[in-house]
Ligand binder design. Structure first.
Ligand code: GDP
Ligand code: MG
Length: 660
């Protein structure tokens, strides 16, 4: 038996899913998109259950809706388990009325009963069951109440099978009855309603006979039929609610009271800034920075230990170097960020589950909508000042596909902490006293580029509608520890997996290119390595922003692909010194980098800040954008823009230098 778990966002689907399946679950993506797909087996049964994306209707307006309706309409589903938030039945039942039109039994799990009880919302379940002709079980997925009963009901198969259906006015019901025999699918009623709505996905079912019935209706109602159907659904839901739900309407709820503070006209922004400062302080600032140092030290220690171990067991120098300089250094550069990420994931998860994140999105939405982003884009941008990888991953919370893609493509423009050494080195040496100003100017540059790119993307590339924002805000909730732990561990694990695969491989490749020449001799001068050879070709690409053909600078910039801090490290190694940022003047005094001027230094910084991020972040973009093709598009866009900006900056700078 196959069960589909369907419900609004935040109705508690995932909580219930985890409760029903335990560890017995597989997580993946729906084909072609980055929406998470979870399949599991219900404990003590062999029933398969699928967690469909959170949706509010089965219309064609979002990726999530399309995935869900395709699945429900085309696949063999034996039972729909519809999770409803008992504190907002009205909103939830809209989807339910659509589900009930499919020829599949529906069980309703009336979730969040703990909150509903507290608020004195009362249900006349008997009437509700009769009206909807389904089996309804009040549960609390969080408190685990009545979930066992739910499993029993499913197991025994003892539930109503919604045969009774009559929710539209007489005219519509008649039309539906006439269309039903004309379509060839078991979901005849669902399809009949869809063709009346003129839903695009079902256009191929419209025969001449059906067209006649539908256009008759349109003439009669003189309104968009989709709207007519929606109105009818709401009318029906209101009726059911009046009959079966009794809510105490007095008193402000806790959520209302909290919103009076958090969404207060004057307080909202200061509180938000305070919270964001806290997040930044803990994750990207001093505390997070400290964890990076600790892990860096540990990994450095591991590298040294491994070095002497391998030397002791008589490993050849190239093998030692492969493990220490290639694998440990490359993967280590990623793992440095793991504790910082975990802090960040915990904070984000907290902001999400308490309901505050939705408020941020809500009050920043109007500003961000102007350039085509959503309020939720801000989170990735803030997180991105620490590291792009979790930032890109946190873009998942954006519902609109276009906005999500744009945010993912733009997030790496924020200078991440690994790009700081580049800024420190160049700004420190070339701009001396004004280095602080120059660093700040780069952040402003990044913000301007992000906003204007977003504007161009939205209005030129994607065009189309701006997403409508769901104004309904979720309740404030105390965070659930288990939920956060689960959320954080899943994300952290996905990060570790990537470090162990993509990054490991990339590190080995770069190590190989830098350590060997084309005769495959190991330990050659870096100048005659394969990397230098490619660097010489690449130097033509960098010429317009440097004013000099420099294989060394080109190769260093390219190594930013492994990790941005590699850029400075590489320059130091090539210049013949140990990789120490503090020795900037030694780098620039060396003949090999002596050509840099203030203009080319600024241009080089700009290129490194805006070009494709490190492999870790590119991997994250691949994962979150869903296809390799989209990833390439993003990488080309970023690198192309970086090149153009750097060339512009260099030439304008040179002009200014000449004038002064
Ligand atoms: P989904 O978006 O439908 O998958 O919803 P989730 O399972 O992610 O739940 C959203 C939030 O509601 C989480 O913070 C849960 O801890 C919380 N939640 C889920 N079920 C209940 C419940 O029965 N009672 C309460 N109080 N909170 C719940
Ligand atoms: Mg979920």
């Amino acid at each position: 038996m196959r069960i589909a778990l369907v419900g609004n966002q935040n109705s508690g689907k995932t909580t219930l899913f985890n409760l029903l399946t335990g560890t017995n679950q597989k997580v993946g993506n729906w084909p072609g998109v980055t929406v998470e797909r979870k399949i599991g087996i219900i404990r003590g049964t062999d029933f398969e259950i699928i967690d469909l994306p959170g949706i509010y209707s089965l219309s064609p307006y979002s990726v999530e809706e399309n995935i869900s309706r395709r699945f429900l309409f085309e696949e063999q589903v034996d039972l729909i388990l519809n999770v409803i938030d008992a504190t907002s039945v009205e909103r939830s039942l809209y989807l339910t009325t659509q589900l009930l039109e499919l020829k599949v039994p529906v069980i309703i799990a009336l979730n969040m009963m703990d909150i509903a009880d507290k608020r004195g919302i009362k249900f006349d379940l008997e009437t509700l069951e009769k009206r909807l002709d389904t089996t309804i079980l009040p549960i609390s997925a969080l408190k685990k109440t009545n979930v066992f009963n739910l499993i029993q009901t499913i197991k025994i198969g003892d539930y109503r099978r919604n045969l009774y259906q009559h929710i539209y006015d007489h005219e519509l019901e008649e039309a539906i009855k006439r269309i039903e025999p004309l379509v060839e699918t078991k979901h005849a009623r669902f399809l009949a309603v869809k063709v009346i709505e003129r839903d695009v996905l079902f256009q191929s079912y419209v025969t001449d006979a059906i067209e006649k019935i539908v256009s008759e209706l349109e003439k009669k109602y003189l309104r968009d039929m989709e709207q007519v159907i929606a109105d009818e659904r709401y009318r029906y839901i209101e009726m059911v609610r009046d009959e079966a739900v009794e809510a105490k309407k007095d008193l402000l709820t806790t959520t209302d009271k909290l919103d009076n503070i958090f969404l207060n006209r004057y307080l909202a922004i200061p509180i938000f800034m305070l919270i964001m400062f806290g997040v930044y302080y803990l994750a990207a600032g001093p505390v997070g920075g400290w964890t990076v140092e600790v892990v860096d030290g540990l990994i450095g220690g591991l590298g040294e230990w491994m070095n002497s171990f391998l030397v002791n067991v008589g490993a050849s120098p190239w093998a030692v170097s492969l493990v220490v300089d290639g694998m440990i250094a490359g993967v280590g550069a990623m793992m440095n960020f793991l504790p910082q990420l975990i802090i960040l994931f915990i904070l984000i998860s907290l902001l999400e589950t308490t309901g505050y994140m939705a408020r941020i999105a809500f009050f920043l939405d109007r500003i961000f909508q102007k350039v085509g982003l959503s309020g939720k884009s801000l989170i990735p941008f803030i997180v991105g000042s620490g590291c792009s990888v979790p930032a890109i991953m946190s873009a998942r919370t954006i519902n609109d596909e276009t906005e999500k893609k744009m945010t993912i493509m733009l997030t790496p423009f924020i200078p991440c902490s690994a790009k700081l050494p580049i800024i420190t080195l160049f700004a420190g040496y070339f701009f001396g006293d004004r280095s602080g100003l120059v660093s700040a100017s780069l952040y402003f540059f990044a913000i301007i580029i992000i906003l204007s790119s977003a504007y161009v993307m939205k209005h030129v590339l994607f065009k189309g509608k701006t997403s409508s924002f769901i104004l309904e805000l979720p309740e404030y909730k105390l965070p659930s520890f288990r939920y956060i732990a689960y959320d954080v561990l899943t994300k952290a694990w996905s990060f570790i997996e990537r470090a162990g695969s993509v990054i490991l491989l990339a590190s080995i490749v770069v190590w190989f290119l830098i350590s060997f020449n084309f005769k495959l001799q190991y330990g050659v001068d870096i100048d005659s390595s394969m990397l230098a050879f490619f660097g010489k070709i690449l130097s033509y690409v960098f010429y317009p922003m440097l004013g000099e053909l420099s294989w060394a600078a080109s190769v260093s910039a390219i190594q930013g692909l492994v990790a941005k801090e590699q850029v400075v490290g590489s320059m130091a190694i090539i210049a013949g010194y140990t990789s120490d940022v503090g020795e900037g003047n030694l780098i620039f005094n060396s003949g090999i980098f002596g050509f840099f001027t203030a203009s080319s230094a600024y241009a080089f910084m700009v290129f490194n800040l805006f070009s494709a991020p490190c492999f870790g972040a590119i991997g994250a973009m691949r994962q979150e954008l869903g296809t390799t093709k989209r990833m390439w598009k993003a990488v080309l866009f970023q690198t192309g823009l970086a090149w153009i900006l750097a060339v512009l900056v260099f030439n304008i700078g040179r002009l200014i230098e000449v004038i002064l």
